[in-house]
Write a protein that binds this ligand. Structure first.
Ligand SMILES: [Zn+2]
Ligand SMILES: [Zn+2]
Ligand SMILES: [Zn+2]
Ligand SMILES: [Zn+2]
Length: 363
C-alpha cells in the first residue's frame, strides 16, 4: 500500500458543511456533494455515453467528488474521484450498482490548467479556470454539451433528454431572449442537480469499543424472531429456519458493528480508508469479484464508501421508491495508474441492508 495522508489505520470521515459556493469550484480542488461536477482535468471530460445509466441509458447526475491525492506519486499530485448516480429511482435495485458510475482524474503539479501554488481563497476569479473555458458544457448536468439549442443557438446540452428537460422546465420561454440565456445554471439544472455542499474531512477518533457479547446478540435475536417482524420461511422446515437464524445472527453482528462504529459520528456521509476494509452494513452481499484495473491488471482496492446519511442531503423524493443505498463502496486501481486518459472509470459496489438489518434500523 502506498503512503497515506493519515496515520495507518485511521479512517477519514466526510461531513456535509455549508460553504460559499465559489469555494467549491475546480480552482480550489474541493470535496463536495451536488451541484455541477467541479472537474479536475478540464479537457477530455467523460463522454456522454460514459456518463449514462447502464440501466435506462439516461444521463447520470453528479453525486459527489472527493479530492484524494497520492502524496508519494507525482502524477497524482492532484487527484479527484467523482461519483455519479441515475436520478431515476426505477434504476435503483438492491445490491446492484449499475445506476452508479465512478471516474478518477489526476494531474501532476505542473499541468495545463492550474498554477503550481495554491490559488488565493477569494471569490473574485474563482470561476476560472473552469472546464467551460475549454469545452461547451451541458447547462443541465455540467457534463460535455455537444448539442446546441436550435432556437437560441446558445444553450448547450449533453443529450436530447436534457434538452427536453430544460425546455419543459422553462427554457421554452427563455429561448426567445438569447441574450439572457447563460450556460451556468438554468431552469432544468435546478430540477436535476442535487443541493450543493462542501464535504469536510476529518479523522475518525473512536472511544474504546465495547463489543457485545455473543449472548447479548443472541438475546436480541430471540426477541426479534419472536416479535414476528422478521420475514419467516415455511414453519415446518426447521432446517431452513435454523439456517436463517444463523444467517441472521451473522448479519446482526455485522450490522451492530456498523451501528456502533458510526454512533459517535452519526452525520458522516463518507468514510475514506484507502486500502482498508469497508464498514459493511450487512454480512450478506459483499462483493465477490471486483474486476481488476483495466489498464494495469492489478486487483482494485477499496478506497472510500458513501454512507446512507448522504441521502438526507440529496433531498430525493422520500415518498415511495427513491434512490437508496445501505452504502456505496468505491474500488480503484491501487497504483492509480496512468492511462493516457483524463478520466478513468473505476468501480462502484452497492450494498444494501439485509431484511433483518432493515427491521433493526426501523426499530
Ligand atoms: Zn437509469
Ligand atoms: Zn446533461
Ligand atoms: Zn434555446
Ligand atoms: Zn491500474
Amino acid at each position: 500500500m502506498s503512503e497515506d495522508s493519515t496515520p495507518e489505520g485511521t479512517v477519514e470521515l466526510g461531513f456535509v458543511e455549508k460553504a460559499p459556493l465559489w469555494k467549491l469550484r475546480s480552482k480550489f480542488f474541493p470535496s463536495k456533494v451536488g451541484g455541477y461536477p467541479a472537474w479536475l482535468a478540464l479537457k477530455h471530460l467523460p463522454r456522454t455515453e460514459d456518463l449514462s445509466c447502464k440501466k435506462c441509458g439516461n444521463p447520470l447526475a453528479f453525486l459527489c467528488q472527493l479530492y484524494a491525492p497520492y502524496h508519494d506519486k507525482p502524477e497524482c499530485f492532484h487527484r479527484t474521484v467523482f461519483v455519479f448516480v441515475c436520478r431515476n429511482s426505477d434504476c435503483c435495485e438492491e445490491n446492484d450498482a449499475s445506476n452508479i458510475r465512478v471516474f478518477r482524474s489526476q494531474l501532476p503539479r505542473e499541468n495545463d490548467y492550474y498554477r503550481t501554488i495554491p490559488a488565493e481563497e477569494k471569490e473574485e476569479g474563482s470561476e476560472s479556470p473552469n472546464a467551460a473555458d475549454f469545452n461547451p458544457l451541458c447547462r443541465v448536468c455540467g457534463a460535455l454539451g455537444p448539442k446546441t439549442c436550435g432556437g437560441c443557438k446558445v444553450a448547450r446540452y449533453c443529450s436530447k433528454p436534457h434538452q427536453a428537460k430544460d425546455w419543459k422546465a422553462g427554457h421554452r420561454q427563455e429561448c426567445q431572449h438569447p441574450d439572457k440565456v447563460g450556460n451556468s445554471s438554468c431552469p432544468g439544472s435546478k430540477q436535476f442537480l442535487f443541493p450543493e455542499h462542501e464535504i469536510a474531512m476529518e479523522p475518525e477518533e473512536l472511544e474504546e469499543e465495547i463489543p457485545k457479547t455473543e449472548e447479548e446478540v443472541m438475546k436480541e435475536y430471540e426477541k426479534l424472531l419472536n416479535s414476528g417482524q422478521v420475514p419467516s420461511t415455511d414453519d415446518d422446515d426447521t432446517d431452513t429456519q435454523d439456517l436463517l437464524k444463523m444467517a441472521m445472527k451473522e448479519t446482526d453482528k455485522q450490522f451492530q458493528k456498523f451501528r456502533t462504529r458510526i454512533k459517535e459520528y452519526e452525520d458522516q456521509v463518507v468514510r475514506y480508508d484507502r486500502g482498508g476494509e469497508p464498514l459493511w452494513v450487512s454480512s450478506e452481499n459483499k462483493p465477490k469479484d471486483i474486476p481488476p484495473c483495466q489498464a494495469c491488471g492489478k486487483p482494485r482496492q477499496f478506497e472510500f464508501q458513501v454512507m446512507p446519511q448522504l441521502l438526507v442531503h440529496m433531498k430525493v423524493d422520500s415518498t415511495g421508491k427513491s434512490i437508496d443505498w445501505g452504502t456505496v463502496l468505491v474500488y480503484t486501481c491501487p497504483d492509480s495508474c496512468e492511462q493516457n486518459k483524463e478520466y478513468i472509470e473505476e468501480v462502484a459496489y452497492k450494498q444494501d441492508y439485509s431484511p433483518i438489518s432493515q427491521v433493526l434500523k426501523n426499530q
